[in-house]
Unconditional design. Structure first.
Length: 422
């Protein structure tokens, strides 16, 4: 699953007289971006396809809490709820994984497990709307009992809008906190550590590792045990603090490297576009197109600029680049780019005369219903008008500020003149 958020804890040995290990509520959410992937997820959830990590002898212990009992039935329910027009790179569904620390889950009775998962289902229905939670299944044929639920991410306008519902680290962190409080705590589960250093491989990390390899040492320093009777040694809390600081320092160096890589990629993207116009040999052109697709994907996945105006202009440049060369990209290249664009905030629409990319903030300003009924040239004209209006507003604001500055300087000169005659 892409863009997965999770909570986890280390396995801890319980020594005599020490506190028992904490039990954590686990909530993960992944984005399903095509109907094909949705069908695969349903096949897994209902065991309609081979599931190597499941025990066939325990399949009967699984329990459907909500939804039609087959993948086909849930897919029909999705079709009934989905809007008539779906963006090419829209998130089709959200898949939630609900679980808990294995020791705690296994210690619970089946009745308590069911109550925990039913409470989680109620929480999801309140969050997304009961009609949008299409399926929820408890799996007991795998190592640890857990629940998987599928949600169609519709906003108040009835549009597929996963970004509004679960987009951004702040929303995901708040979701974790609320889930642990409202669902986990009544059953003895706690929230995992906020701002945890735990990471899960996403498409962003996959491309980053494949194309910008950086060796980073995340090994932890050894704990100082001290001399006789432990005198002079570190407490567990002191060691954890020192280890955390060491890892944080290494992460700072990694962040600086990624920032430099992002700037380099964007410069190379501009250079590659120039090279495309000069390449005549078809084989060389294919290679250049592949290089362009790779760099465009990476540029979209890199950290955003801190200045919003600069980031908006950068998104528009990437979208324009894609629109110019999209017909020449392969299906695999197009899929990679559209997935990266979803991460960056660029929508890819299927218009009557071909695909068209534009920043989601521009799409919201123009109105999606208006845009999807136009052709590519029509959207070009809409965006040109939008950009002209933005420039006019900025020019007016600059002129107003200039006038205010002049007035301030005139007042200051008047005060200086008055003081001379005072």
């Amino acid at each position: 699953m892409a863009d997965v958020v999770t909570e986890f804890s280390e396995d801890k040995r319980v020594r005599q007289g020490s506190r028992p290990p904490k039990s954590f509520a686990i909530l993960r959410v992944g984005k399903i971006k095509t109907k094909g992937h949705l069908g695969a997820a349903l096949g897994h959830n209902f065991r309609e396809r081979d599931t190597p990590n499941a025990d066939l002898d325990r399949k009967g212990d699984n329990l459907v809490l909500k939804g039609r009992g087959t993948g086909k039935g849930v897919m029909e329910a999705w079709d009934d709820r989905a809007p008539e027009k779906v963006r090419k790179n829209a998130v089709h569904a959200l898949e939630y994984f609900v679980g808990g620390s294995p020791e705690k889950i296994h210690a619970m009775s089946r009745e308590d497990q069911d109550a925990y998962f039913r409470r989680a289902l109620d929480w999801l229905e309140k969050r997304h709307g009961a009609e949008n939670v299409l399926s929820a299944v408890i799996h007991r044929d795998e190592t640890t009992p857990h629940m998987q639920a599928l949600v169609i991410p519709l906003d108040e306008r009835g549009k597929l809008n996963a970004r509004e519902l679960v987009g951004g680290k702040a929303k995901l962190s708040q979701m974790q906190t609320e889930f642990a409080r409202d669902v986990g705590q009544p059953f003895g589960f706690e929230r995992g550590q906020e701002r945890s250093k735990a990471t899960h491989q996403t498409i962003k990390e996959y491309y980053g590792r494949a194309n910008t390899p950086v060796e980073v040492d995340f090994s932890l320093p050894e704990r100082r045990r001290g001399a006789v009777m432990g005198l002079g040694g570190e407490s567990e809390g002191e060691w954890r603090q020192r280890a955390s600081e060491a890892v944080s320092e290494r992460l700072k160096h990694q962040t600086v490297h990624l920032g430099e890589t992002a700037r380099t990629l964007r410069r190379e993207l501009d250079a590659t576009e120039a090279a495309l116009g000069q390449t005549q040999d078809e084989l060389a052109r294919e290679r250049t197109l592949a290089d362009a697709a790779s760099k465009l994907t990476l540029a979209a996945l890199m950290p955003a600029k801190e200045i919003e105006a600069e980031e908006t202009e950068n998104l528009r440049k990437m979208a324009a680049f894609y629109n110019h060369y999209a017909p020449q990209f392969s299906e695999m290249q197009t899929n990679a780019i559209t997935l990266a664009f979803d991460h960056a905030g660029i929508a890819v629409l299927e218009l009557p005369d071909g695909d068209y990319a534009l920043p989601e903030r521009d799409l919201e300003t123009l109105g999606e219903d208006r845009v999807v009924d136009a052709d590519r040239q029509g959207v070009d004209r809409m965006l040109a008008g939008l950009h002209q209006a933005e420039r006019s507003r900025q020019n007016a604001a600059d002129a107003k500020q200039d006038m205010a500055d002049r007035k301030t300087r005139a007042q200051e000169r008047g005060q200086d003149s008055g003081s001379d005659w005072g």
